[in-house]
Design a protein around this ligand. Sequence first.
Ligand code: GDP
Ligand code: MN
Length: 392
Amino acid sequence: MIRSHTLKIALVAATITTFIIIYSCLSSIEIDKWIPTYPYYISGNPLMKNIGEPRSAQPLHRNTDENYERTNATLLSLVRNEELEDLIPSIMEVEATFNSKFNYPWTFINDVPFTEEFKKRTRQLTKAKINYEVIPTEQWVEPAWIDESLFNASSRALEKQGVQYSSMISYHRMCRWNSGMFYKHPRMLQYRWYWRVEPKTHYFCQIDYDVFRFMEDNNKTYGFVINLYDSPESIKTLWPVTMDFVAQHPEYVHPNSAIGWLTDAKKRPNHNAKANGYSTCHFWSNFEIGDMNFWRSQAYEEYFNHLDRDGGFFYERWGDAPVHSVALGLFEDSNKIHWFKDIGYQHIPYFNCPNSNKCSGCIPGLHSDGTGLSPENCMSNWLKYSQMEDLY
Ligand code: GDP
Ligand code: MN
């Protein structure tokens, strides 16, 4: 009797201890990060189901196919000479996971000429063709109507509100160029598709099919991996200025748009209020696989010119991510936007990490390695409001 009683107590104690150990392990790795946000919590994190290759209207194109042919695409990096050491690992990973199989050309673009060192070191990383390009000055610098003293005054005000990089003119130029210029660069004019690659980004999964041809075959315009809320202080008037444009051009709004994703006020009402009606949800544009014909369309050209005239790239700090996202969310069929679940990716501090035997080096389902960042994840809203078909 006594023996079995002691045994029971010991069992209960052991069970409690096990729970405490498991709990403390889990809390030390912050369980909230594993569960991106409602409704993932209810329906399960979509990255945790076994992620294979996407379904495709045509068989996926592989380098091992007889008669495999590339399409008209380039890997694209806008980058500074000083970022060479941070870019090298990213190039190596893109090559190791994808491009050593498909040999798409790389295009490196800079506002000043690339150094010989930059060229020499990057040439060693790929057998594909490389274009080294300089941005024509008139594409890079502020347009004539931007007033320098107004820029200085507004950037100081934004700085006080904690808007990152607001006093760096180069950052404003970069955001504007990525919004409305990159696809007009003389070199880029020869391509239709691009994949944007930034320094310090990481790629974790083998991609064994041609992603550009996948986009083409399935009539997709834009591919992303991470969906986030933005800092509303940086885009206070982007939405009202956009609404002016839409009032002039209601015909550009697509009947199958993701406007609900752009205007949601339920999940983060303060963000929506501060951004004057925009949820601030956006595709994180340091990764993009896209069709430049969308950016070259009349609707986007007119929209960009409207934004550019307004001056918010300089007097606020509009990012290319919200600008691209607002345009895609309004003017494109949301089913033409594809979540590349199978591309394991990191740009500090966020991840897209699928549960797949093609991946290594990231934790499946993990959204961020920073503390308390799960509210920044907007993916559940994208899934709720878009018509995007799940191809996995
Ligand atoms: P963050 O990701 O928003 O922190 O911004 P980054 O510093 O990563 O800049 C975004 C991209 O633009 C990166 O690929 C940078 O290399 C590039 N970039 C930013 N500023 C400049 C610049 O002044 N000149 C050039 N050539 N590239 C820039
Ligand atoms: Mn970056």
